[in-house]
Write a protein that binds this ligand. Structure first.
Ligand SMILES: [Zn+2]
Length: 268
């Protein structure tokens, strides 16, 4: 019997339409293989090119690092197809672990244990490399419309799975605008953060009977919650987008002082 070499894509073409993802899946495999090779290397060479070859002793007790945050985005694009394309073109250098389409379809694009490029320049508390410590979820949305029911159902299932799998603290479900004030405004004002908080993903406030002390500092409260307060007005805008979406001003009202005081207690 004679064997002929037939490229995989051609075989698929003969069977059905050649999926556009087959090419990028092949590239994914290639890159994952390269990282697997690095993980198997020892003595370990660090990113500065140094190693401790002579004194290397491999421990027997270890596991993979795990994500400790979830960062939620809207894509600001017009379709899932457009986003999948953006995340599979090398020159864009942007990606997320998951993309949730309007019909609720969830595209898993990267192993949760690997680093996606979704957060950019960002900070939350003292954490200045959110890409290294988070799972990024992009929801297909043009930046204005509300999110579909199917998207929210899929998102909640996914959040549950991530929280359980990696033991992610309730406080650590945040939005891109939270970690990049003044630079990002996603997910948009319509995103139901309260609904998420009610199910254990992020915190919400309760201002019932709250008495705010006279010396309460709302900007310090923002810092305690996690916001970077280098530009206080940007932090206030991001806070309102998340917790008081009906108010787009950057003036902190008496009610918002109560909200911040209530939240500060949960985060500190
Ligand atoms: Zn974003």
């Amino acid at each position: 019997m004679k064997y002929f070499f037939i490229p995989g894509c051609l075989v698929m073409l003969m069977m059905a339409a050649c999926s556009p993802s087959s090419k990028t899946n092949k590239e994914y495999r290639k890159q994952a293989k390269e990282y697997a090779r690095i993980l198997q290397e020892y003595p370990v060479r660090d990113s500065a090119g140094l190693n401790y070859a002579g004194d290397w002793v491999g421990t027997t007790n270890f596991s993979m690092r795990r994500p400790n945050f979830v960062v939620i985005h809207h894509t600001a694009q017009n379709s899932c197809e457009q986003t999948l394309k953006t995340f599979t073109i090398p020159r864009t250098q942007v990606s997320a672990h998951y993309v949730i389409c309007k019909d609720g379809t969830v595209h898993h694009m990267l192993n949760d244990l690997l680093r996606a490029h979704h957060a950019g320049v960002s900070k939350w508390g003292n954490n200045a490399d959110l890409n290294s410590s988070s799972v990024g979820i992009e929801i297909d949305n043009n930046g204005v419309d509300s999110f579909s029911n199917q998207q929210m159902m899929s998102l909640l299932v996914l959040l549950g799975r991530l929280k359980r799998a990696y033991n992610i603290p309730t406080a650590n479900f945040i939005g891109h605008a939270d970690i990049a004030p003044g630079r990002k405004v996603d997910p948009n004002r319509t995103f139901p953060w309260q609904r998420l908080a009610e199910q254990g993903y992020g915190y919400w406030y309760d201002t019932t009977g709250v008495q705010v002390p006279a010396d309460f500092n709302p900007v310090q409260a923002l810092r305690i919650i996690g916001y970077t307060i280098q530009k206080p007005e940007s932090a206030i805008a991001s806070f309102k987008l998340h917790f008081v979406p009906s108010d787009s001003s950057i003036v902190i009202t008496e009610e918002e002082r109560k909200i911040l005081f209530s939240l500060q207690k949960k985060y500190e």
